[in-house]
Design a protein. Structure first.
Length: 68
């Protein structure tokens, strides 16, 4: 016995700490990847919407100019 903990207890504690750190790291990586994917998708949708809206406005402007 080494005080309250045996050597095996210390190894178990370090193993638990290691597992917790790995799990937290994996969760953080997954969250970052999900956030990046969501941001990229939202930006792509916004760009498409802006291009479509601006394109429609430009087409209407051209049609108005052609009519005049």
């Amino acid at each position: 016995m080494l005080g309250l903990f045996t050597l095996d207890d210390v190894h178990i504690v370090w193993l638990v700490v290691f597992v917790i750190v790995v799990v937290v790291a994996v969760v953080v990586v997954v969250v970052v990847v999900v956030v990046v994917v969501v941001v990229v998708v939202v930006e792509a949708v916004v760009v498409v919407v802006v291009v479509v809206v601006v394109g429609a406005v430009e087409v209407e402007a051209v049609l108005l100019v052609v009519k005049v």
